[in-house]
Design a protein around this ligand. Structure first.
Ligand code: F6P
Length: 327
């Protein structure tokens, strides 16, 4: 098979997620096995504009599969939102004869990549990497499984102290626009209620639910609040609930960036390795403006524009299941 590309770039962009290193490793080793040179671009689009990139050999990505974060660093670039910034980035890539890029990140990253492709005809393959799992075109994004497990471990610990002190805990998890972490952590820990951005939160219903739990003999409760919930973050929700019903001893715990770090789970390592491999082979097959994902156990290439514009819907029915099982 004749391979069109001799040199490609790879970078991570937006919020980091555990497993990004495993994806970089897979991209580098797959490409090199096809005789394609790979340049690692630092700090996402920022490094592209600043010409901060260097060739990665197979040994450069040794010993990173188990490491959280990203060896290439990550950033959100304001300059890449300007044509001037993108032109500089393109010139830097062209001067090194880099003919295609592999972008590991979320929808902001893919929006930039899609515009870049349209303006400069740069071939682009996106790999979904974000703890939020909010990307259409892949059942799971790299980092989500690890973050979910981190949250579950943290909430298990909070359950212990909540039970000892008969307290009502509001636990805030990440997810500005997406409730995947909140919903599935809630099911996995048996949380009494889960507030997510995809549904309208009625605090009266939450209080009724808590009262019902109390009536059944429960003495403590965990409410998981996704940071982007319409009723507010955990502190705000706790304050509002206190105003409506002051009968609980309440505490708030914001889990924050521990959710973004840590060694990737086995699932994330496997996902990242597969997607890194399929990103390179996708380029070789001729995909030029696509995101690679896995849906129903099959590799799927979705046009970047579709991946950006289509919501990754959450199964809201699972909220009812979670409440039913947590009584
Ligand atoms: O997109 C990943 C994410 O962790 C979101 O869940 C969160 O809202 C956001 O990034 C926080 O980003 P940062 O702290 O890097 O600005």
């Amino acid at each position: 098979m004749k391979i069109k590309y001799k040199k490609i770039g790879v970078f991570t962009s937006g919020g980091d997620s555990p497993g990004m290193n495993a994806a970089i490793r897979a991209v580098v080793r797959t490409a090199r096995s096809y005789g394609i040179k790979v340049y690692g671009i630092r700090k996402g689009y920022e490094g592209m504009i600043d010409n901060d990139m260097e060739e990665l050999h197979s040994k450069d990505v040794g010993g990173i599969i188990q490491r959280g974060g990203t060896i290439l660093n990550s950033d959100r670039s304001k300059r890449f939102r300007t044509l001037e910034g993108r032109q500089t980035a393109f010139n830097n890539l062209r001067n090194r004869d880099i003919e295609a890029i592999i972008a590991i990140g979320g929808d902001g990253t893919f929006t930039g990549a899609s515009i870049f492709h349209d303006e400069f005809k740069m071939s682009v393959i996106g790999i979904p990497g974000t703890i939020d799992n909010d990307i259409y075109g892949s059942d799971f994004t790299i980092g989500y499984d690890t973050a979910l497990n981190t949250v579950v471990q943290a909430i298990d610990k909070i359950q212990d102290t909540a039970g000892s002190h008969n307290r009502l805990f509001f636990v805030e998890v990440m997810g500005r626009d997406a409730g995947f972490i909140a919903l599935n952590a809630g099911i996995a820990t048996g949380a009494e209620d889960i507030l997510i951005p995809e549904t309208i939160t009625y605090l009266d219903d939450l209080i009724l639910n808590l009262k019902e739990n109390k009536r059944r003999g429960k003495t403590s409760a965990i409410i998981i609040v996704a940071e982007g919930d319409d009723a507010g973050g955990a502190y705000e929700v706790a304050a509002k609930v206190k105003k409506l019903d002051n009968s609980y001893s309440t505490r708030v715990s914001v889990l924050g960036h521990i959710q973004r770090g840590g060694s990737p789970s086995a699932m994330d390592r496997v996902l990242a390795s597969s997607l890194g491999y399929e990103a390179v082979t996708g380029l070789i097959k001729g995909y030029e403006n696509h995101m690679v994902g896995i849906m129903n156990n099959k590799t799927v290439y979705t046009p970047l524009e579709q991946a950006i514009k289509t919501p990754h819907n959450i199964d809201k029915q699972k909220l009812q299941i979670a409440r039913m099982l947590a009584i």
